[in-house]
Design a protein around this ligand. Structure first.
Ligand SMILES: [Zn+2]
Length: 292
């Protein structure tokens, strides 16, 4: 696939897994199959798997080359992780590191890892298993995390809660804190290259989107503010994975309304290839137009 361009920034997508993932009525508590039936031409077989009826998700990172830095946005699922409650991805073995190398990016080239939030499927490749120990995958990287998000999942982890996010905090977040590579920041963090955070809470308490601006062009890495293009048609549909479904609904609606027909490139964390695109007004609602 050709790199995505935002001004002089070059953005590539590296998928850890892409395929049928969740039954829509389990994932969206407000799911209405009529919305899919009535918009079949918009959603097509690549967004809802015809055989299983499941939503097709990609779990990917974006690699941004700004000319000064190489930045990884979100770290997917990871190999060898203990995720028994997510059997599809338990002890996964993907070719993620080789796929990065095929883009000419070695693990030592990554300067920053930025996670939109700290759910298990966004931090996995922060670390990898070496001789039985979880070590940072990217030896020179600073791992940038919103402090509010970090504090929330630290409390969940310390409470002993049995969730894959707490397990992921232990195997994919704490190891980069121990090596001194974590950088806990305010939710207004900015990197001089033209990248900055903006809080979009709801999916998780310290959830952020990452704005990119270069050469007059704009892009937003929206993480899980949008999980599936269906949510442009139905911005009010939060997910079972949202910590605060009402807050998530408000954040999603704000994003869709603000960026519809704006020319800003939207780069979500789970939309299958070609992934990036634009939000367009569509009748009384919105649709997502993939950028081919
Ligand atoms: Zn996610």
């Amino acid at each position: 696939m050709q790199p995505i361009r935002i001004g002089s920034f070059e953005v590539n997508r590296v998928a850890d897994y892409e395929g049928p993932s969740f039954a829509p009525d389990e994932f969206f508590p407000d799911y209405d199959p009529a919305v899919v039936r009535e918009n079949a031409e918009l959603l097509g077989p690549s967004l809802i798997d015809p055989a299983s009826g499941k939503l097709v998700f990609s779990f990917h990172s974006f690699v941004i080359k700004t000319g000064h830095h190489t930045i990884l946005v979100d770290a997917c699922i990871g190999n060898d992780k203990e995720r028994p409650s997510r059997p599809q991805w338990h002890h996964m073995k993907s070719s993620y590191i080789d796929d990065l190398a095929r883009l000419g990016v070695s693990v030592a080239d990554i300067d920053y890892v930025m996670c939109t939030h700290l759910h298990w499927d966004h931090v996995g490749w922060n670390t990898r298993l070496v001789d039985g120990t979880w070590v940072p995958t990217f030896p020179k990287a600073r791992y940038v995390m919103a402090e509010r998000e970090f504090d929330h999942w630290r409390q969940v982890h310390d409470s002993g809660a049995d969730t894959p996010h707490a397990t992921a905090f232990a195997d994919s977040v704490l190891p980069v804190v121990r090596t001194g590579q974590s950088l806990l920041v305010g939710s207004d963090f900015a990197l001089d290259d033209g990248l900055w955070f903006e809080p979009y809470p709801g999916h998780t308490p310290g959830n952020v989107v990452i704005h990119a601006r270069s050469g007059g062009e704009r892009g937003i890495f929206v993480g899980d503010v949008l999980h599936h293009p269906l949510q442009c048609l139905k911005p009010e549909w939060s997910t079972r994975a949202c910590t605060d479904p009402d807050g998530s609904r408000r954040s999603r609606t704000r994003l869709v309304e603000e960026y519809a027909d704006s020319g800003t490139l939207i780069l979500p964390a789970h939309f299958p290839a070609p992934t990036a695109g634009h939000i367009k007004r569509h009748g009384a609602a919105y649709r997502f137009d993939f950028q081919e």
